[in-house]
Structures are given as C-alpha cells and as structure tokens.
Write a protein that binds this ligand. Structure first.
Ligand code: C2O
Ligand code: CU
Ligand code: CU
Length: 493
C-alpha cells in the first residue's frame, strides 16, 4: 500500500500508540507500533461497507409518502479509536436512503437540530423553487421545514444535501448528504438487480482531510478554498477501505461522487469492464460498457458489474486512478484503493446485462426559444460565472415557464495549464448534453443529467425544458467554488 493517505493514517496511529504508551506503563505490549503497514491495512480494511438504512415512509397511503429527517450532530469513528465530530440526518454521519415512486405525493419534515442554520436541497429533483431547498430556504436551528412535491420524472438516483449560502462545503463535508431513489414502471420491470443492500448497493464516495490526530474537521487552507478541498482519506458510505460481500453474479452499484472537489476515475483492479446503465437523471437507453468511469463532484452513475466469472472468496478492488486535481501537476498519478468486493457463493438472481433499458426522448434544439451563455472562470482567487459572483438579492436570468432553452456553458482558460475543470450544475431541471465543443457527447452522457464537467477551454451545450416555477441556482459543484460565489440564480415564471 503506497497510497498517500496511508502515511497520514500511519502517523495518526503511531501518535495514538505513543500517547497510550505514555499514559499506561504496561507489560504485555503485544501489538501496535511495529510493522505498521500490515497492521494498518488490516485495521483499515476490516470494516464491512456501511449500508445506509432505507427511510421509513410514515404515511400508510400507497400513493403518498411522508418522511422525517433530522439534521443532527454526532461523532463517528472513521479511524479506529479516533472520534471525529460529524453531522448526519437521523444519525451520526450521512443520511438514510429515501425511496419514492414516480407520481407519488411526497411530504418531508426536516428538523434542524444543528446549532446553525441549514437548508435541504433535492439535487436533481424537478420541484418548484420554493421546495428546492436552495439558499433562500433557510431552516434556522431548532426549526422544521416541510416541503411537499409530486415526483414527476423517471427512475433515477438523486441525492439531498444542504445548500446554505457560504456554508454548503462545510456542512456537506461534515456529513450531511443522503441518496434519493426514484423508482418507476421501467425500473420495476427491468431485469436488473433491485434488492436494496443485497444486489443493489449505494456507494457514496467522499474524500476527507484528516489532521495528524485523525480528526476530519473542516478547516480549509487558502489552497483548499481556491481549488476546492482535496482530502487524504477516502470514504465509501462513511468508512475507509470497507469491504462488501457480493453475490457471484450481476451486481448494481449506484455511485455518487459526494466529494467537495475531487474528480474520480473509477475502475476495478482486475481490469474487468462494467456497464453504466444510468446517469444523473435516470437510465441510459442502452448499457455502456467501460473500463473506467469518470465522476465529477455531484455526478452519479449506476453501473452493473458481472461477478459471475469470479471464484468464491475472490477479492476485487474498486480503485481510483487520480490525476491530481491541481492544475499544475497533471502528471502526478495516484492509485487509490477505495473498497473491496468479496465474492460469495450467493446467486444474484440476475444473469444477463439487458440490451435495452429505456427510451430517452431527445429534446429538440429547434424548440429552443433562447440560447444563453455562461462563462465559468476561476482566475486566482476570483471565481465567477459571467464575471459575476453570487448575489442572493439578484436574479441573473429570467426564463419563461414551460419553454425549452439551450445553455452554452464554457470554462475560460487561465494560467499555464488552462486552469481547473468545473462541474456545472443546474437546479430545477434535468438536461441533455447536445455537444462538447461541437462533438456529440460520449454515450454515457446521452441521457438525463444535472451536472456536467466542463474542461478548461471547453464549451458544452445543454438543452433543458423548464417545467417548474420559482427561483433556482446554477453553479459550479466544487463546493468551495460554490461557496465563494461561483453561482447564479434564474427564475422561471
Ligand atoms: Cu448538489 Cu446546488 O446542488
Ligand atoms: Cu442541485
Ligand atoms: Cu469550480
């Protein structure tokens, strides 16, 4: 294991060891301090992957749902023996999976038990501005917010997280995020894995910056604020290097890049290919076979992995091949082991990768009533869209209700290497990517999306139909950039 975070963890463990040694004079010192890396790998790899609970729907009516969430403070033992202060919904870290059905009327009661204000944003959900949970929907400490909406979009893996002006990076980093699954006739009828926690697994991938004591407090330095925080510890569902026992067949993984800033390139360490079946906003028309999947912050992908050719007991790792996100060191390649799949002798119940998943109706550019331009620029410590920083009191764009528009999003080059890539996210819609620099998007970007990575110098054209009224955000989903004002507001009316 020659990964960077390991060194920090080793240092942390050693420090704790030394402290313990100093505190207690003792004779049977059998363990710790020596042969660090071996001990450490066992320590780090010993935890099973935490599977977030499915949130109970407290409304007995089958066409309606009511969910209760509490944003709360807690502590989590991310490194063995070290308690970190964390935040969670209904728990110490992260939140439960909320599962809803297309057409369902949903009511949520979100109680804020933090000692600061927060908001609850439904990332990827088509709802009216007043229920979107953006920075205008502050929920003060001790208060409860009760949004209501009807699910009006196809099956997808969405997520929820806070969106407090200037506080999003901190609150998400400290643990406030959860997944929102939409199911529909298509997802119910497809012959794909759909048993939660059995052959259909959520994977929330995040990096955290551990200090020497193993604490993951949010304390960005200047560099972190400018390029976005990059951590030295990698968590899947809140655990470092967990393992997951999987059936010896086809398994569905729903990946969310829930990191503040890092872009991941996921692959399996046996070089086996897998199939992406869904992007941010739902199923692709056909599975896309790939050996590496890139996800920028906030993007999701559902993939099918066929473990049927592997032996019982075999271990396969999910790895990240990371091009260092600092613009000046593109040749610094790290391989990070994120988690391990342990193949059992269970049957997954699904034998084939389907040929066809759904039909995605393409939005027609000739229906567009307006083309808007958005230029993202990160020059030095100035982070802007169309040369502006976010102003809560100003609506930047006005969009007519029930129309279709094309948004041209570009990333202005700066500096020697062109600057950073920025993931552009729109609230209130799911969009389609028309083209990247005039070329058709890759196959896995041919479906519904709500976040798209734009490289320095690149122009990406998006098309969206605006079916919900109210005020919505568009922004860079590097959370430090968003907090620094790389965000704007549009109003649909
Ligand atoms: Cu993931 Cu503005 O949100
Ligand atoms: Cu969002
Ligand atoms: Cu950015």
């Amino acid at each position: 294991m020659k990964k960077r975070y390991v060194y920090l963890i080793v240092i942390a463990i050693l420090l704790i060891g030394i402290l313990l040694l100093a505190k207690y004079a003792f004779q049977n010192d059998d363990s710790s301090s020596e042969s660090e890396s071996d001990d450490l790998s066992e320590l780090v790899e010993s935890k099973p992957l935490p599977i977030p609970p499915l949130l109970e729907d407290v409304d007995p009516d089958p066409d309606q749902a009511e969910f209760h969430l509490t944003a709360q403070q807690g502590t989590s033992e991310i490194l063995d023996g070290v308690e970190s202060k964390t935040l969670g919904y209904n728990g110490n870290l992260l939140g439960p999976v909320i599962r809803v059905h297309e057409g369902e009327k949903v009511k949520v009661k979100m109680k804020n038990e933090l000692d600061e204000a927060t908001t609850l944003h439904w990332h990827g959900l088509r709802v009216d501005g007043k229920y979107d949970g953006g920075p205008h929907s502050e929920v003060m400490a001790g208060e409860t917010w009760e949004p209501e909406f009807t699910i009006d979009q196809p099956a997808a893996t969405l997520w929820y997280h806070p969106h407090m002006m200037g506080m999003t990076a901190k609150q998400v980093y400290e643990g406030l995020s959860g997944l929102l699954y939409i199911e529909d006739e298509v997802s119910n009828q497809l012959d794909i894995p759909k048993e939660y926690g059995v052959n259909d697994f959520p994977l929330i991938i995040q990096d955290k910056k551990m200090d020497a004591s193993g604490n993951m407090e949010y304390a960005p330095n200047m560099t972190d604020s400018m390029r976005g925080l990059l951590g030295n510890a990698f968590l899947v569902n809140g655990a470092i290097s967990p393992y997951l026992e999987v059936p010896q067949g086809i398994v569905r993984l729903r990946l969310l890049n829930g990191s503040n800033s890092r872009i991941y390139h996921f692959s399996l360490d046996n070089n086996q290919t897998f199939y992406q079946i869904a992007s941010d906003g739902g199923f692709l028309e056909q599975p896309v076979e790939m050996s590496e999947l890139q996800l920028s912050p906030a993007e999701r992908a559902e993939i099918l992995v066929d473990f049927s050719q592997l032996e019982t007991g075999q271990k396969i790792k999910l790895i990240n091949t990371n091009l260092d996100a600092t613009s000046d060191s593109h040749n610094d390649i790290d391989v990070i082991e994120l988690m391990e799949f342990v193949i059992t002798d269970e049957d997954s119940g699904v034998e084939d990768i389907p040929k066809q998943l759904t039909e995605v109706e393409s939005l027609d550019p000739s229906n567009s009533v307006k083309t808007r331009e958005f230029v993202m620029a990160g020059v030095g410590d100035s982070l802007t869209i169309n040369d502006k920083v976010m102003d809560m009191t100003q609506i930047d764009e006005e969009v007519d209700f029930n129309t279709t528009e094309i948004w041209e999003v570009s990333n202005k080059r700066s500096g020697m290497h062109g600057g950073m890539a920025h993931p552009f996210h729109m609230h209130g819609v799911q969009f389609q990517v028309l083209d990247r620099d005039g070329n058709a998007p890759p196959e896995n970007e041919s479906g519904w999306k709500d976040t798209v990575l734009v490289q320095p110098g690149e122009k990406v054209r998006l098309i969206a139909d605006f079916r919900n009224k109210g005020i919505f955000m568009y922004h860079c989903h590097i959370l430090e950039h968003e907090d620094a004002g790389m965000m704007g507001q549009y109003e649909v009316k």
